[in-house]
Design a binder for this molecule. Structure first.
Ligand code: SF4
Length: 216
């Protein structure tokens, strides 16, 4: 752990930051209070110079407000895509989530979208070709290939890509290489039914050990 912690929003107990609420007591390190006008304006400028960013933030607000505590994420995703005017959806799926990806495809097609999905094992590249030693070939010798997934979806000209359960690291590479805007519907967690938040909810119990250095 670093000797000196630079406090930020993650160290703050205030929720729903809002300077207009007199009951809110902001910490001395409050990010909103400390930031310059220039920093704030730099972000706002982005929304007004990039029409896509502006549309995304405005459409997201309609989905959040109308679906708040009513719509599951998949419904939000479908409606977001419709309101954005997207026509073709790419799915970057883990092979282990192929059943769920088929169901998602059925839902998307029923809502008028063209769907094109690429599995993580497409291309069938052996792990040895990526310089991965045999001791790390479990649970199989064929590598996931998130860069290929992103490249093939780009060739197809998808308007939006949806990540379905890619592994940690593979999701990072897919996001890095995806040219279309990308959202995640399923986050892989093989132990917690793809709900990684469960380990955070139980950090004072079953997963207490994770609050200490767990080593390499
Ligand atoms: S902006 Fe200020 S009040 Fe809001 S979470 Fe960050 S530190 Fe807390």
């Amino acid at each position: 752990m670093p000797n000196e912690i630079k406090h930020s929003c993650v160290d703050c107990a205030v929720t729903l930051c809002d300077a207009h609420n007199p009951e809110k007591k902001f910490p001395p390190f409050c990010i909103s209070r400390a930031m310059t006008e220039e920093q704030r304006d730099k972000s706002l400028k982005e929304y007004f110079t990039d029409p896509e960013d502006k549309k995304i933030i405005q459409v997201a607000a309609t989905v959040e407000s109308e679906g708040y505590r009513k719509w599951p994420r998949v419904q939000e995703t479908i409606l977001f895509a419709k309101r954005m005017g997207y026509k073709k959806i790419g799915i970057a799926t883990c092979t282990a989530l192929i059943k769920e990806s088929r169901t998602l495809t059925k839902m998307l097609r029923a809502n008028g979208f063209e769907v094109y999905g690429i599995s993580c094992k497409a291309g069938e590249v052996p792990k040895t070709e990526l310089g991965i030693p045999p001791m790390h070939h479990g649970p199989g010798h064929i590598a996931c290939n998130p860069v290929l997934q992103a490249q093939l979806l780009e060739e197809e000209g998808t308007d939006l890509n949806i990540v379905m359960g890619l592994c940690v690291g593979h999701d990072i590479l897919f996001n890095k290489h995806s040219h279309a805007p990308t959202t995640t519907l399923v986050v892989k967690d093989r132990v917690l039914m793809h709900n990684p938040a469960a380990a955070l909810h139980h950090a004072d119990g079953y997963y207490k050990n994770l609050c200490e250095d767990i080593g390499e």
